[in-house]
Design a protein around this ligand. Structure first.
Ligand code: M6R
Length: 609
């Protein structure tokens, strides 16, 4: 939930750290800080608030050293404040630490440090214990001291440490929190994520769990948990820094919404050969494997979970395999029925979501085969899976997930169709029809995007609503949930989604004059029933926005306004129907003056439980 950066080289560390942190603010933004070795000492500057608060201070409180570490925080232990901001130091202030993650046993260590060593803590964070522990073990060798400190620490963390007495070193550790090393000429870097370093290098080392890294300006040495030196292949990043910039859009979110035709195209076409056969290279699910599977579990969080719901629909429909979908934070605490006949599918944009990772490990421990659908190449979920289906959404920066979701849908459809073909549960003609329709998705999505002004006007008229209901039937309910999440996370409107058939079982009591209801009706066989549900809420005064397929114009008689999506087979409608909902959320949030890309209390990557 935090972002870390470190630099050692010949440049002024401050500017490299601020630049790197600016690309990591999506990971946390309630405070930021840096520690730089300068003028014979370790100097810390850290402030509550966004990164620009720190950057403004640094104009006055300049640091010119060439070695430093930086941090952008999303509070877990202790309120957002100057003193809880990272870096944290030992009592003498000559060892500084940045940390992303949680030290689960920090209270025990803290009590020991207070009782045995009389240490007075300056912050409420778990991180501060690391600085004192390293200090406790320090005997002139920072690497050795960090190694001893981490033996005592339990939890998930990526840390970076510098020390006044060894100004030519940064020591970093990865345990269950992301960490990469950037390689330069006469300079090296650490960071939580690739975009932080792209301005400086595209050559990276992906650090594995339980590895410790020693960086100097001229070299990087990686050690495993036994202290053995490890060889690592260089990972060459193929996308450039510009891909992670806004390219003229006002926000990353709207840029990413508009990138969906390309993301869908890439994800789809990379997996289809010239005869329309699905090629899942790297995925070794054979006919025998599939015959051995009697159940599929899809596990994920947030938007990825909603993609999983559509995935269940597709796998059950096409491949006729029973599927359970679970939110990752619940999965491992309910002793699920998982064994070596289970296929476990983890879906994650970042590949670093701790709950998803923990669920994956639990399923693996019970013998399940692990297939993951991941956007970030080389991420933890990808590395710990038996098979990986990479989505090709490109870097997603906005906290609200959009293009990752639609590419996850494509991935789930292709996985379902691959299973169906392997098991023989779908006729070739039916399969070809689905593939043809899938191939038309980029242009159909583009058509909806081109028509955004109608949605903008709707948002301008409706942005003051304080509660919004989404409803649908069949697979539309799954999309309703995603629309509702999108709206609430960026506009702070109290929204929720229900199966329209459940209305009369309670929720209709909340419908009043002017209540905004967004009704999805894209399923042909459920269309009439949805029209009845719309009438029910309108009769109670609701303002209804319908979402329907082009041609289904009779909805105009019941809804106040209808947003049309291009005609599409019912099964694939989620790829299209979510687009107007993303746009509605975006324009409502803009009209309310919200910080769309960095909504309050949220971080892009949730790497704590
Ligand atoms: O990186 P992941 O896909 O694992 O993230 C899962 C959720 O945290 C994420 O989808 C979250 O719900 C988004 N803010 C939704 O827009």
């Amino acid at each position: 939930m935090c972002g870390i950066v470190g630099y050692i080289g010949d440049k002024e560390a401050t500017s490299v750290l601020i630049e790197g942190l600016s690309k990591l603010e999506y990971r946390g933004y309630d405070s930021a800080g840096i520690a730089v070795y300068d003028n014979g000492g370790v100097h810390v500057r850290k402030y509550k608030g966004r990164l620009n608060v720190l950057a403004e201070h640094l104009k006055q409180e300049t640091l010119t050293g060439v070695v430093g570490i930086g941090h952008t925080r999303w509070a877990t232990h202790g309120e957002p404040s100057d003193r809880n901001a990272h870096p944290h130091t030992n009592v003498a202030g000559n060892i500084a630490v940045i940390h992303n993650g949680i030290i689960e046993n920090y209270m025990k260590i803290k009590e020991w440090l207070i009782e045995e060593k009389g240490i007075e803590f300056k912050s409420e964070t778990d991180t501060e214990i690391i600085a004192h522990l390293v200090d406790h073990y320090y005997e002139g060798d920072l690497l050795a001291a960090v190694n001893k400190a981490i033996e005592k620490m339990e939890g998930a963390y990526a840390i970076g440490v510098i020390c006044k007495d060894e100004p030519d070193k940064i020591v970093a550790v990865r345990k269950d929190s992301p960490l990469i090393v950037g390689l330069g000429e006469g300079e090296n870097f650490i960071a939580s994520d690739i975009p932080a370093l792209l301005k400086y290098t595209k050559q990276m080392y992906l650090i594995e769990n339980d590895e410790v890294v020693l960086l100097t300006k001229d070299g990087v040495t990686i050690f495993n948990e036994l202290g053995q030196q490890m060889d690592r292949e260089i990972f060459h990043v193929t996308w450039d820094a510009e891909a992670a910039e806004k390219e003229g859009y006002e926000h990353f979110m709207i840029k990413e919404i508009h990138e969906q035709p390309k993301g869908i195209q890439e994800t789809l076409l990379r997996r289809l050969d010239k005869d329309n056969n699905i090629v899942l290279d790297g995925i070794k699910l054979t006919k025998e494997d599939l015959e051995n599977i009697n159940k599929v579990y899809i596990v994920a969080c947030g938007t990825a979970y909603h993609a999983g719901l559509v995935g269940r629909f597709a796998i059950e429909k096409f491949a006729k395999i029973p599927v359970e979908v679970d939110v990752a934070s619940e999965f491992r605490y309910r002793d699920p029925f998982v064994d070596d006949k289970t296929l476990f599918i983890a879906i994650s944009q970042s590949g670093e979501t701790l709950d998803t990772l923990a669920a994956l490990r639990e399923a693996k421990r019970k013998g399940a085969r692990i297939l993951s659908v991941v956007n970030v190449v080389g991420s933890s979920v990808a590395r710990e899976s038996d098979d990986v289906f990479y989505t090709w959404a490109g870097p997603e920066i906005a906290v609200a997930s959009t293009k990752a979701y639609t590419t996850q849908l494509i991935a789930m459809y292709l996985i379902a169709l691959h299973m169906a073909n392997t098991k023989g549960t779908l006729e070739r003609e039916g399969y070809e029809n689905i593939i043809s329709d899938l191939k038309l998705m980029p242009e159909k999505v583009q058509k909806i995007l081109d028509d955004y002004t109608k949605i903008q006007h709707l948002a301008d008229a409706q942005f003051n609503n304080e509660s919004v209901f989404f409803m649908g039937r069949g697979v539309d309910v799954n999309v309703a949930h995603e629309g509702s999440l999108k709206l609430k996370e960026i506009s702070y409107i109290n929204s929720f989604a229900i199966a329209a058939g459940e209305l009369k079982h309670g929720t209709i009591a909340l419908i009043d004059d002017g209540t905004l209801v967004i009704a999805l009706a894209t399923q042909d066989r459920l269309y009439e029933k949805m029209l009845s549900n719309i009438q029910e809420v309108r009769a109670r005064g609701a303002y209804v926005v319908g979402v329907a397929k082009e041609g289904n114009t009779e909805m105009e008689k019941t809804a106040d306004i209808v947003l049309y999506i291009p005609d599409v087979m019912d099964e694939l409608s989620p790829i299209l129907s979510v687009i107007p909902l993303q746009l509605v959320s975006y324009y409502i949030a803009v009209a309310r003056g919200c910080d769309v890309d960095k909504p309050k209390n949220l971080a892009k990557s949730v790497t704590v439980e």
